[in-house]
Design a protein around this ligand. Structure first.
Ligand SMILES: Nc1ncnc2c1ncn2[C@@H]1O[C@H](COP(=O)(O)OP(=O)(O)O)[C@@H](O)[C@H]1O
Ligand SMILES: [Mg+2]
Length: 503
């Protein structure tokens, strides 16, 4: 995928399987997408298509039986699948926040809401450490980035080699001469790979060394800067304290003494909050965020337990918790599926508001295209562990190309009749035995022979719109999208496209 300056997160060729009692389940099969600064990317697909597994991989919270078979998840160029646990926490905990479908499961039922919101802030409360990390982060990421790029370049080349070897071994009925020739070819390609690997390592490692030196310098500088800051605020505080204590010693009235005592305490709190997030400060910020996410009477609500909140309010609390770390990226995994329609609309509105105010980049996951229209800048349609089509929201809604996207569009309840016009026939495939070729072929009346044999590549529709369907191949017969979809498109171009459907 093209490198883009504005790309905050890119998922490249992600492959995730699960060990199960029945065999290896292929949940995510070569998924790639970019998330750009400030956009909302919706990932849409039926239940079981691999949406949650993808988002959990980004968060680093996959189940124990998961196997990450391949791919990269780059956050601002840093491979999240490769960073150390410490860095991993720093990045994921701070920069990427996640909201799940069921707010109850992400809240602790026996801990007051206020404490749950402040907890996250108090874990990362050391301001000097944060200051240090911020000072070195650009240089650190650039250094790490170089190593990640090296590994990716080599891994991609190795994959090509492996694919070649596999395809040669799969050939049947080769003559002895052909076998010898193939063997020769493999040997040559292996040697080429070795040379590429060596050259790539040399190229990147010399760059990496340069960046490492810069990083070491900047670490030294940052250490000094942080120490100087600490010394400055400590001295300033000591002086204020001394002066106040002197005054206190000379003060004769009870009232004056109390006032000075209070001033002393305030100075101490101010000093401490230069070094760490204090409990008082955490509470102030929690109340502010509670207000931001639309919780009325935050002071009162602060001391209540989750069961005292409605479903919608609980989801607001979960959003508040995700926001305490000031994330750059927010992943919302079906955040409104468990809520009723009116509440759902309110939460969607809230997410859009927060996204705009905080300039967040958002991955919004849903099985409901009706919700997508209201949220997305771009849409990726996922089926059976693969992205089958992606494009801008307009392209997906007004010029869809994959039969699965057509099926999804046909199944949105109609705005006027509220009727679900056409259910998608059949069920998604068993991912322990993923179908060959286009996985949707089994359920598609547009399927051609090749769909059952070969995985379609992405065909380009526009610079921003791609679909993996053989229907876009130049040899394919011309097929029109189903009438129900084209009529829907015509109608929505005339009226409003927003649809408050509940599913
Ligand atoms: N821990 C697990 N063990 C085995 N299979 C799993 C596990 N987690 C998810 N899966 C399977 O992976 C596939 C994708 O699941 P998921 O990403 O949750 O789908 P959805 O698109 O509905 O979010 C499904 O077939 C699901 O059953
Ligand atoms: Mg899910």
């Amino acid at each position: 995928m093209a490198e883009n300056r504005d790309t905050v997160l890119s998922v490249e060729n992600l492959v995730i399987s699960f060990k199960t009692d029945h065999g290896i389940l292929r949940a995510v099969r070569d998924v790639s997408f970019d998330l750009r600064q400030g956009e909302t990317l919706c990932i849409v697909g039926e239940s079981g298509s691999g949406k949650s597994v993808t988002s959990k991989a980004i968060m680093g919270i996959l189940a124990n039986n998961a196997i990450i078979e391949g791919g990269h998840i780059l956050y601002r160029g840093e491979n999240l699948l490769e960073v150390s646990e410490d860095e991993f926490y720093k990045i994921r905990g701070h920069k990427i926040g996640m909201i799940f479908q069921d707010p109850l499961s992400s809240l602790n039922p026996i801990v007051k809401i206020g404490k749950q919101i402040t907890e996250a802030m108090l874990i990362n409360s050391d301001k000097l450490k944060t200051m240090y990390n911020d000072l070195i982060s650009d240089d650190l990421i650039r250094y790490k980035n170089t190593l990640a790029k090296m590994n990716i370049a080599i891994a991609n080349e190795r994959k090509k080699l492996d694919a070649l070897v596999t395809s040669i071994r799969a050939k049947e009925g080769r003559s002895a001469a052909e076998k010898a020739q193939d063997k020769d070819l493999i040997r040559r390609k292996q040697a080429e790979f070795k040379a590429f690997e060596k050259e790539t390592r040399e190229k990147y490692l010399s760059k990496a060394k340069e960046y490492k030196d810069i990083l070491t310098e900047s670490e030294k500088r940052a250490k000094k800067e942080v120490a100087a800051y600490k010394q400055k605020v400590t001295e300033e505080y000591k002086e204020k304290e001394k002066a106040l204590k002197r005054k206190l010693a000379g003060e004769t009235t009870q009232e004056g003494r109390e006032r000075l005592q209070k001033e002393l305490e305030a100075e101490k709190e101010a000093f401490e909050s230069c070094l760490r997030i204090t409990k008082a400060e955490a509470k102030r910020r929690a109340l502010q965020i509670m207000k931001e996410v639309g919780i009325p009477e935050p002071e009162k609500r602060y001391n209540q337990y989750p069961f005292e909140f409605s479903g919608g309010m609980r989801q607001r609390i979960v959003i508040a918790i995700a926001l305490t770390a000031s994330p750059e990226i927010l992943i919302c995994d079906e955040p409104t599926t468990a809520l009723d329609v009116t509440i759902q609309a309110q939460i969607l509105e809230l997410i859009n508001k927060i996204k705009a105010e905080r300039n967040l980049s958002c991955i919004f996951i849903t099985h409901d295209l009706g919700v997508v229209a209201n949220m997305a800048d771009r849409v990726a349609v996922m089926y059976a562990g693969k992205i089958v089509e992606y494009g801008t929201t307009d392209e997906i809604f007004f010029d869809p190309r994959h039969p699965y996207t057509w099926a999804l569009l046909s199944s949105i309840p109609d705005v006027d009749s509220k009727e679900r016009l056409e259910a998608i026939p059949g069920t998604p495939p068993d991912m322990i035995y993923p179908p060959k070729g286009d996985a949707f072929a089994l359920r598609s009346k547009y399927a051609m022979n090749i769909d059952f044999r070969e995985q379609p590549p992405f065909f380009k529709v526009t610079d921003t719109h791609y679909a993996a369907t053989w229907l876009l191949d130049s040899h394919a017969p011309k097929v029109e999208m189903p009438k129900i979809v084209s009529e829907r498109i015509k109608n929505s171009l005339e009226g409003s496209s927003y649809d408050q459907s509940e599913t």
